[in-house]
Design a protein around this ligand. Structure first.
Ligand SMILES: Nc1ncnc2c1ncn2[C@@H]1O[C@H](COP(=O)(O)OP(=O)(O)OP(=O)(O)O)[C@@H](O)[C@H]1O
Length: 253
């Protein structure tokens, strides 16, 4: 599905990134239709984070372009940023602030009025079961709580496209269910989502499109059922990336 104007939520063309002599992302082109929940899967080091970082304005590409609803992420950053909500990998947070303060300052920086910030902040903290008030500093948050606060920051300004790197990593099952529900509601309300994950079951459960990335290249992308082709996503993934060997055991254990 695309929007009424047919403009994709995200359009990546020929993105490339080289670290030293290692090609992390190798001329990847990808279209995320508006209104879709798009899963990106790949083994550790496949290039998912590098690709999504370039697509969201966090890491400058060596070559290629990325457009969010037709707006170039690198040449028109302020407009693209307004359309985007990003949960990056390894998100840095102001440690000496509370979750409430983080949301307040970032909301005001995004141009929201104080009453709007107050209302959304309260709803987000409640929905994600994060502490209100001065109860706890970010420095005292667990990894899962940081992830949830990162998601709240990504949602705060009401973006049209959410790009989430491993949104459920380190999140407890109850919070995971809440996050899945928030994402489903976001898509049902016309939003678009891109998530990267190692968890095939999660991608099968919430995504309608999927891309498989391996060694910096895009192996396949499209509607989930087309990519699965009658198998489970894990089976299809395993055969696509050539993981045929049995896991290696540790003889000394
Ligand atoms: N800043 C960097 N400097 C050097 N190499 C890097 C840097 N960032 C990533 N790489 C390399 O680029 C490749 C792709 O890394 P990336 O983090 O994009 O993979 P990933 O698919 O997100 O992995 P994971 O699932 O483990 O998060 C890896 O080989 C990684 O070591």
């Amino acid at each position: 599905m695309t929007s009424a104007t047919g403009v994709p939520a995200l359009e990546i063309d020929a993105l490339r990134k080289v670290f030293g002599d290692h090609v992390a992302v190798d001329h990847v082109a990808l279209t995320v239709p508006a209104g879709s929940c798009f899963g990106m899967v790949g083994v550790n080091g496949a290039g998912k984070t590098t690709l999504l970082s370039m697509a969201t304005g966090l890491l400058r590409p060596d070559a290629g372009t990325a457009r969010v609803f037709g707006v170039d992420v690198w040449t028109d950053a302020p407009r693209a940023t307004a359309l985007l909500g990003v949960l990056p990998d390894g998100l840095g947070m102001p440690e000496r602030l509370t979750g409430e303060e983080v949301l307040t300052y970032l909301g005001l920086l995004r141009g929201l009025t104080e009453p709007v910030v107050r209302e959304r902040r309260g709803e987000l903290l409640d929905a994600l079961e994060l502490p209100h008030g001065r109860e706890r500093l970010v420095a005292e948050y667990s990894t899962g709580m940081r992830k949830k606060l990162g998601l709240a920051v990504a949602l705060l300004h009401g973006p049209r496209l959410l790009v989430l790197d491993e949104p459920l990593e380190a999140v407890d099952p109850v919070s995971a269910r809440t996050i899945r529900r928030i994402l489903a509601d976001f898509v049902a309300g016309g939003g678009s989502v891109v998530i990267s994950s190692h968890v095939m079951a999660l991608v099968e459960q919430i995504c309608d499109h999927v891309a498989v990335v391996d060694e910096g290249r895009l192996l396949v992308a499209g509607p989930l059922d087309e990519v699965r082709a009658g198998a489970s996503l894990e089976e299809r993934f395993t055969s696509l990336v050539g993981l045929t060997a049995e896991p290696v055991g540790l003889s000394w254990l």
